[in-house]
Design a protein. Sequence first.
Length: 337
Amino acid sequence: MRKSLLYIGNKLSGHNSTVTSIETLGVLLEKEGYELIYASSKQNKVLRLSEMIFRTIQYRNKVDYVLIDTYSTYNFWYAFIISQLCRFYHIKYIPKLHGGDLPNRLIKSPILSKMIFKYAYKNIAPSEYLFEAFKNRGYAELICIPNTVEIQNYTFKERNSCEPNLLWVRSLHSIYNPEMALSVLAEIKREFPNAKLCMVGPDKDGMKPKLKKIAKLKNLNVEFAGKLSKIKWVKYSEQYDIFLNTTHFDNTPISVIEAMALGLSVISTNVGGIPFLLKDKETALLVADNDIHAMAEAIKELINNHQLRNKLVVNAHNLVQQFDWNLVKNKWLQVLS
């Protein structure tokens, strides 16, 4: 008899939000034979939480596990509520940890965190960064299972030259610091007047008008592509050579993994879990948070140093093989067996 899972998370790609783990991992687990029930795709936060609660009660005797996407901000609260319902009904629940700021939540909310994570069947950390943070706070039921991609869906493009053609893929939200990408473009434009930037992702907190205004005032060549399907943005990537990750907080961003799989050179801020994922001058170039000048200089270094660029791209492409679903799925199958 196949196992049943209730997956609790934000299934909101139909509401101009980016695809999250619930819509990727869930589908992959379905392909492996698991029966998945999801909550929730409601756009309104109150209605979304209400459906999560309802589904947990409705399926309390029908599912083997409840998988909970667990974040550090508002979504921490739905993880708390659902986990306590699971405890009440004696359901095995599995928090899937997300977000580079989750370690700070452990410090700010130690009692609530303990109520969630101490009693979980397993806590799934997608990176050594979160694994170590939770281990250091005394949590034992920890397993490190990396975020995953289906490598065969990403065609590696060999680039014989490198131009200041920059790609940025994330939600337009202050936590991801999209303004930094514009400032970096403005700085390199002085030396490379034809430099261009494409920003792919939905507008999450009303930043897009502000970003467009900045781009216009500074006369920057920026395309705001909006939310694109995976197939479309992968196709877009063929026009670009360098991938920028400007975030203030991060864990193991799928967009960076995808960029490496596609053969893009990666430059990222060195925050949160990034140094656990990337090694400076080995798989990417890393700069301090919001260090505009350092990121601009890193772009110039990639353009001018063919040997370094090739080294980074090859090493990065080798690195991403470990995130392939065909390898990662075995860890999930062990947890859910």
